[in-house]
Design a protein around this ligand. Sequence first.
Ligand SMILES: C[S@@+](CC[C@H](N)C(=O)[O-])C[C@H]1O[C@@H](n2cnc3c(N)ncnc32)[C@H](O)[C@@H]1O
Length: 211
Amino acid sequence: MGLWRETLWPRLCHKAMQAERHARYRSASLERARGAILEIGFGSGLNLPYYPQSVTSVVGIEPNPGLRKVAVRTMHEQHFPVTLLDMNAEKLSFHEGEFDCVVSTWTLCSIQNLDQALSEVRRVLKPGGEFIFFEHGLAPDPDLQKWQRRLSRVTKHIFDGCTVDKQIAERIQGAGLDIVSLDNFFIPNVPRSEGYIYAGAARKASTEKSL
Ligand SMILES: C[S@@+](CC[C@H](N)C(=O)[O-])C[C@H]1O[C@@H](n2cnc3c(N)ncnc32)[C@H](O)[C@@H]1O
């Protein structure tokens, strides 16, 4: 499992996530990023070239040592400082309200305890800060959902936790974040079971209410 998870899977993941068709989604999602960013599931650092000038720093967290290695090898210099840390989104070692934005692209699918991770995302966001996401997940069609549930039982073991049956928007709202923008669509030329997208942003209220 060590060789697959820490060497072969990171290379495959880097190659697959580099696909040209993903670039415009990364760029469109990150347009609204600003200030101090926390990126969860940093992977091999493929979002870095798409952060706009309004970004002042990026802290990336990535639990897979193989992906951190690829990131360090392939990252280019940016107009902001980048820090890469070994950390799980379920347990963030940051203070409350430390970040202007938290970014997640193709990551929520793989997080084992998603509700805990989203509650951590909310905690580390400044009041009024935004969670920017581009994720694949559960499609609306019940027949397709059946396939997605079956498939996820297998994919989670092969692709380092990746599932395709999470209702992403509901989970984000369940963590007490207010969705301010949401697009749902199928990515063209990708199997429908893997290609249903939730792209948008959710805000932490400016005045905190307790959950
Ligand atoms: C499909 S990759 C996406 C990588 C990157 N976000 C991108 O857009 O290219 C999923 C990522 O989620 C990370 N991940 C899995 N479980 C995680 C967790 N509990 N906390 C943070 N990241 C996690 C994986 O290690 C991997 O980097």
